[in-house]
Design a protein around this ligand. Structure first.
Ligand code: 2P0
Length: 325
């Protein structure tokens, strides 16, 4: 393989699942129990530069200028790239997150998507988007979808070779925005990896989740096809709450909501009662993402302004897929 002498840099945007991934059937290969569907966001992204260098004695990994070279998740991922490219050289990785790390805004999604793209190219591999998506999946499940812009789906598959992301619609035809309400930037107490495993192993409702999610996915895809904002918002909100029901019904139970999350959820419901068409979704952290149309952004932010600061409300449009820069 021909190693690049220069750093290769890639940018990947994060994505927020409208139909959630919550549980694996293969922990090592990261094969999920259900398909998931997401919207890639413009405002949150990671830029990662990679160079493989025979003169390095070990991998050197910097995230936002902090040395995280002891991260097994990243070293194991670099090993997967080295095996694919048949090289031994250590890597120099520099990554910058334009995402509040570990706050439920899926920094691992943009992080591993950018690392898959920059790392594979730096190692001399020329991967298709599908192959890149399979590689990103080995780092973190949600990264599978961040290779693509707009709406994308992760096809669950059964093996390393048939579990990958694909584009559903990019650019997005619908007028759809997400307002991320940043309530907490601290790392979550129970990581999604541990949380989803506990839900699979102990929630009596887990089988019901996988069955219902298949139905939700069909509804979401129909809504995207027919440009039906309301139908997409409704199914996304229901699916998100069903995912959180798996945390509360696990043993021992856990939850990602805090008091502010509930306050935002109640505000969204109240706005809806007053004719503002908006919905919420939440991931493995207390932040709430409000799904809305452009004309309603101002009124929604105004409604929340007495409780939250302007800089806690980040509005995002749909974002692009992976890019080399
Ligand atoms: C998702 N989440 O579909 C779901 C919804 C959080 C809630 O994917 O173990 O960091 O690395 O595959 O991808 C977050 O979990 O987990 C996630 P791993 P990941 O976006």
């Amino acid at each position: 393989m021909h190693l690049s002498n220069d750093f290769i840099t890639a940018r990947a945007h994060t994505n927020i699942a409208l139909i959630k991934y919550w549980g694996k059937k293969n922990d090592d290969l990261i094969i999920p129990n259900n398909n998931s569907l997401s919207l890639t966001l413009n405002e949150f992204y990671t830029e990662t530069s990679v160079k493989f260098d025979n003169s390095l004695s070990k991998d050197l990994v910097l995230l936002d200028d902090h040395d995280i070279s002891d991260s097994n998740q990243i070293i194991n991922f670099l090993d997967i790239i080295r095996t694919k490219a048949n090289i031994n050289a250590s890597a120099y990785v520099k990554s910058y997150n334009h995402v509040p790390t570990s706050a439920g805004l899926a920094s691992s999604a943009s992080g591993f998507a950018a690392l898959a793209a920059a790392g594979s190219k730096a190692a001399g591999l020329q991967l298709s988007l599908t192959e890149m998506s399979k590689l990103a999946r080995r780092g973190s499940g949600s990264a599978t979808r961040s290779i693509f812009g707009g709406f994308s789906e992760w096809i669950k598959g059964n093996t390393d070779n048939d579990s990958y992301g694909k584009s559903i619609q990019d650019p997005v035809a619908m007028d759809i925005n997400m307002i991320a309400i940043i309530l907490d930037k601290k790392p979550k107490k129970i990581s999604s990896r541990i949380g989803m495993k506990r839900s699979v192993e102990t929630s009596p409702y887990y089988n019901a989740w996988t069955k219902q999610t298949e139905i939700d996915l069909i509804k979401a895809k129909e809504a995207i096809k027919s440009n039906n904002f309301k139908a997409l918002g409704q199914v996304a909100e229901s699916n998100s709450m069903r995912m959180h029901a798996l945390t509360m019904s696990a043993d021992p139970s856990f939850m990602y909501f805090n008091q502010d999350s509930i306050e935002v959820i109640n505000t969204v419901k109240n706005l809806r009662e007053n004719g503002i068409d908006c919905y919420f979704t939440m991931d493995a952290g207390p932040n709430v993402k409000i799904i809305c149309q452009s004309a309603d952004i101002k009124i929604i932010k105004n409604k929340l302004a007495n409780k939250f600061d302007e800089n806690q409300m980040v509005v995002s449009k749909p974002g692009r897929g992976i890019e080399f820069i």
